[in-house]
Design a protein around this ligand. Structure first.
Ligand SMILES: *[C@@H]1O[C@H](CO)[C@@H](O)[C@H](O)[C@H]1NC(C)=O
Ligand SMILES: *[C@@H]1O[C@H](CO)[C@@H](O)[C@H](O)[C@H]1NC(C)=O
Length: 996
């Protein structure tokens, strides 16, 4: 648990003891003297070590004291006063390992994982002759593993994973005969690995996975000596050819992962369970019942062969693996049926067989004996009914059977499965009603039932977590209910191609989060509701192929983000509302209705040339619109319009002229009022003057105000270019603190140019007022987007219903992390911001994040060094505990605050808004400490997306960043790296959560 630090009580010789047993005293004294000599030497080594690593703050407690020996420091273990273990995990060590570390002659364990150590493999460690355990994982080592590494002959544990080692894995590794644990996963090896590794008879864990640059190879045939191997992973290592039967020689195997390879051939079924009996039986899949007890002792818990090209059947004998917990065979070409036995495995929790060619029925006992959590058999040719008891264990959260030929009614029990998160049963042949309880299943976020033969009426009530419902291509009938208040969180609703009748109720237009509403190909009739109450997020509306009549509501033309509109093949009549000219549509179809009159001029665009067909009364002024050309009369009317427009334009021009005249006068006045001699210091070439700025300091230009003053948005030229101006103090004499902030901001920001740090264009300074002029950020600040419901939004064009979707949030997190990372690592001297919060993360028109407000920022002498600040400053909810207590801080206080921002992004809550009086950081940490599911606290607005796993990873990163101990927090570099990998690929991350 990262939040608790307990140093083991140090046991020291208790002095009064001497006086009672004089004989022992002498002996003890001798050995004590020898011990203290060793201790002194070793203490010196430690202090040199700390120095050579430039004294990272994580090792601040490495100072000699009389009251306790270094053996009591948490990183160190001693035996008889001599150091045997150094556990230097995640301590911000950025420099190489010095040779004198081996002066610790009794060192047996060295763990340097999760640091930033650069360079080649540290051959200086060859002198640590007693070393048994070496962990260098999660650093920046590169180059080859040296060919003479076998001189570290005592090594039993060698963990080099998650570095950038390249070239071959040398044969010398396989000459480390005592190895029990060998982890070489996630590196850059671009050569081969030595076959001799499989001859290391003491191996318990062999992990080579995620080395996709390995030269393609076939798996060895010879596993005979690996009798102790429990974990074997070669996922994504370019293995081709078949899986040899001899895999079964690894008798102790618990975890087998060969996923993401081009392996072919059949899964050599029997072998996984047969073990020593292979010489007694000529094993065939159809005699599984005769396999004796020995089989059930098989140890396998995890089998992952996903994403290969395996063919043939799933071996029957998998049904005998009593400890099997996870079976992942998805994305292969397996055929035949799902073996009955698998359905009754007592430990099975996670079964993934999707994307194969499996056929036959799903064994009906699935779930009856197993605590199933995920059941995925999608994209196969399975037939028959869905097993009735999938949720019997009360743990099922993922159910995916789409794209099979399953039939019959859905089991009623699915309606009583409150753990369900996603149910995807689309494209099968299910019939009958949807079990009533399913609509109301309290955690359900997505329900996909399209492409079946389901019937019944739409539910009057829905689970409040449901955001995505697809009922299309079924036989649902009846009216769309008008009691829709429980539908309010719906984001996507597709009920196309059913038998729905009645009208589109006005209540449907209330749903504020709806982005997609598809009701085409039903029997809807009557008029459309004229008053569209919300639909501020609606991007796609399809009501085509119904019998809807009456006029098109003009309010549809005012939907702010509508991009696809299909009202074709109805009985709509009247004019196309002129408001439609304001829509920015990628697709429009109004054809086959009874519309009449001219189409709005803005829609006379080749992009819409098939949008109006088959409406005999419609006309256009251009023949390319493929409808009637409007007659002379309408020409005349458009001419009158033109005259009107010209007159209006002239009037407007006069108005503008007057306003400009008036304004320039006013601005002169204003400038006079401002101050005697304003001094402008520019940091960029400017396309505006100081009077542009001064004349814009008007109340109606104010877009925000904070502790230090007001912020204005000021247009600086007629093309609409704007800048943001922060005015520090309001004509009073600046107090000292504000003056300091101004100087800090100018000093620091004026010299930084980085994509993710806001640009300071210039400063304007005079005796009692200071102005800072920045680039204007169209999308304001992150907090406005995340916490808009609790405040009114001042962002022009942004309504309270626009959702910041997950990809945008991740993009913002990555950008902000890059900005902070730059400040901490690339600037000399490094800078800490001290006031990272969502309102200081600004967003440009494309949602690129930029760090702003450097009023509290301070330069550090060097990275990692804690400095004492004159006073605690920063914002409530974002303050790192060590800073709040002692006003001592290094860059890890920014990591803490950034962690709070990550928690805001994932939970949607404000930094101060935990429950039970806690801030967000403490509250979320408490939540997971109590073992509650993370998904409970994820922001509802993004929860239903397909990114849930990713969101949870980022949430966990936020938890790590807000660890109480600064040394438990990752660096901004690590944070940035983890986030960027999330953003771009599914590659495994280098950095993972410390165990909580
Ligand atoms: C190693 O530890 C032993 C006690 O376990 C001690 O006697 C010996 O002096 C130590 N060796 C060194 C070189 O410190
Ligand atoms: C393997 O990678 C290293 C380091 O990037 C490079 O120097 C070497 O040429 C590569 N070898 C091969 C065979 O591609």
């Amino acid at each position: 648990m990262p939040r608790l630090t307990s140093s083991p009580p140090h046991i020291r010789f208790f002095f009064p003891f001497f006086s009672y047993i004089p004989c022992v005293v002498f002996l003890c004294f001798l050995s004590h003297a020898a011990e203290s000599q060793i201790q002194d030497q070793e203490l010196q080594v430690l202090s040199k070590l700390r120095q050579s690593w430039q004294a990272p703050s994580s090792l601040d407690h490495w100072v000699a004291s009389d009251s306790s020996s270094h053996c009591a420091w948490p990183e160190i273990k001693c035996q008889e006063g001599s150091i045997t273990e150094l556990n230097l995990v995640d301590l911000n060590i950025n420099y190489s390992i010095p040779p004198f570390i081996c002066d610790l002659k009794n060192l047996t364990k060295l763990d340097l994982s999760y640091n930033n150590i650069p360079g080649e493999f540290p051959t200086v460690l060859y002198n640590c002759s007693k070393l048994v355990y070496l962990d260098l994982s999660q650093n920046y080592f590169k180059g080859p593993i040296p060919p003479d590494i076998d001189c570290m002959a005592n090594l039993q544990v060698l963990i080099l994973a998650a570095n950038s080692f390249s070239f071959d894995v040398p044969a010398s590794v396989a000459r480390l005969r005592r190895l029990r644990i060998l982890h070489l996963y996630m590196s850059e090896y671009n050569g081969t690995y030595p076959e001799e590794i499989f001859g290391l008879s003491d191996l318990e864990e062999l992990r080579l996975e995620y080395n996709k640059k390995f030269v393609p190879s076939q798996l060895t045939q010879n596993f005979t000596v690996l009798k102790k191997l429990r974990l074997f992973s070669m996922a994504q290592t370019n293995l081709y050819g078949g899986i040899p039967k001899t895999v079964s020689d690894m008798e102790a195997l618990e975890h087998l992962n060969l996923g993401i390879n081009p392996l072919t051939g059949e899964i050599p079924g029997s072998i996984f369970a047969l073990r020593n009996l292979s010489d007694l039986y000529v094993y065939e899949t159809n005699v599984s019942e005769s396999i004796p007890q020995a089989v059930s002792a098989a140890n396998l818990r995890v089998i992952d062969l996903s994403l290969n090209n395996l063919m043939g059947n799933i071996p029957e004998v998998f049904g005998q693996l009593k400890n099997l917990y996870c079976l992942n065979l998805e994305f292969n070409q397996l055929s035949g049926g799902i073996p009955e036995g698998i359905a009754s495995l007592p430990a099975l929790s996670d079964i993934r067989l999707s994307n194969n060619n499996l056929s036959g029925t799903i064994p009906p006992d699935f779930g009856k004996f197993s605590p199933l959590r995920r059941f995925e058999v999608a994209f196969n040719n399975l037939t028959g009914a869905l097993p009735k008891q999938l949720c019997h264990g009360g743990t099922l959260f993922g159910l995916a059977t789409m794209d099979n030929n399953l039939s019959a009614e859905l089991p009623e029990s699915l309606g009583n499965c409150s753990t369900l998160l996603e149910v995807m049963l689309n494209n099968n042949g299910f019939t009958g009603n949807v079990p009533g309880g399913l609509w109301m299943s309290q955690n359900l976020t997505a329900l996909l039932l399209s492409g079946n033969g389901l019937t019944g009426e739409l539910p009057k009530e829905l689970s409040p977590n449901l955001t995505r419902i697809d009922l299309s291509n079924n036989k649902f009938f009846g009216k769309i209910p008008s009691t829709l208040s429980s539908w309010r969180n719906l984001v996507e609703f597709d009920a196309s191609n059913n038998l729905l009748s009645g009208t589109v109720p006005a209540e449907l237009t209330v749903l504020p989060s709806l982005t997609m509403l598809l009701l085409g190909q039903n029997k809807l009739s009557g008029n459309l509701p004229t008053d569209i109450i919300s639909w501020k997020s609606l991007t796609t509306l399809n009501l085509s192929h119904n019998k809807i009549s009456g006029p098109i509501p003009s309010k549809i033309g005012l939907l702010p983000v509508l991009t696809l509109l299909d009202l074709s093949d109805n009985q709509l009549s009247g004019l196309i509302p002129p408001e439609f000219g304001q829509l920015n549509l990628n697709g429009l179809n109004l054809s086959s209705n009874r519309l009449r009159g001219p189409i709005p001029a803005k829609l006379e665009n080749a992009a819409y040339d098939t949008s109006f067909l088959n409406n005999p009364g419609l006309c256009a002024s251009n023949p390319f619109m493929r409808i009637n050309v409007c007659n002379a009369q309408s020409h005349r009317s458009s001419k009158t319009n033109l005259t009107l427009i010209v007159i209006l334009a002239i009037a407007a021009a006069i108005c503008v002229l007057l306003v400009v005249l008036f304004k320039s006068k006013a601005s002169r006045k204003n400038r006079d009022r401002f101050d005697s001699t304003p001094k402008l210091t520019s940091f960029q070439s400017l396309n505006f003057t100081e009077s542009n700025i001064l004349s814009g300091l008007k109340e109606h230009n104010v877009i925000g105000s904070g502790g230090s003053g007001k912020v204005y948005r000021i247009m600086v030229n007629p093309s609409g270019e704007a800048v943001a101006v922060k005015r520090i103090s309001n004509n009073q004499k600046l107090d000292e603190e504000l003056e300091k902030q101004f100087v800090s901001e100018v000093e620091i920001l004026g010299n930084i140019k980085h994509r993710h740090i806001v640009k300071l264009l210039c400063s304007i300074s005079c005796e009692n007022s200071k102005l800072l002029v920045y680039e204007y950020m169209e999308n304001s600040s992150l907090d406005q987007w995340l916490h808009k419901k609790k405040r009114s939004s001042p962002i022009p064009g942004v309504t309270n219903n626009m959702i910041l979707d997950w990809p945008k949030r991740l993009q913002i997190a990555i950008g902000a992390a890059k900005g902070l990372c730059y400040m901490h690592n690339d600037l000399r001297p490094p800078i800490i911001h001290r006031d990272v919060k969502s309102s200081n993360i600004l967003l440009d028109s494309e949602f690129n994040a930029k760090i702003a407000d450097f009023g509290l920022a301070r330069m550090l002498a060097k990275p990692g060094e804690a400095v004492t600040m004159s006073a605690v400053a920063g914002s409530h909810g974002y303050l790192a505990p060590e800073y709040a207590r002692m006003a001592r801080a290094n860059e890890k206080i920014d990591v803490y605050s950034f962690g709070v921002v990550l928690l805001e992004l994932t939970t949607g809550r404000e930094a101060t808004d935990g429950e039970e009086g806690m801030g967000l950081a403490d509250w979320t940490f408490n939540h997971i400490q109590r073992g509650k599911p993370i998904s409970d606290v994820i922001d509802e607005e993004i929860k239903g997306s397909s990114y849930l796993d990713e969101i949870i990873k980022v949430f966990e990163l936020g938890i790590s960043c807000t660890a109480t101990q600064p040394s438990d927090r990752p660096t901004m570099k690590e944070v940035e790296r983890v986030l960027s990998k999330r953003g771009h690929s599914q590659e495994n991350i280098r950095w993972v959560l410390p165990s909580t």
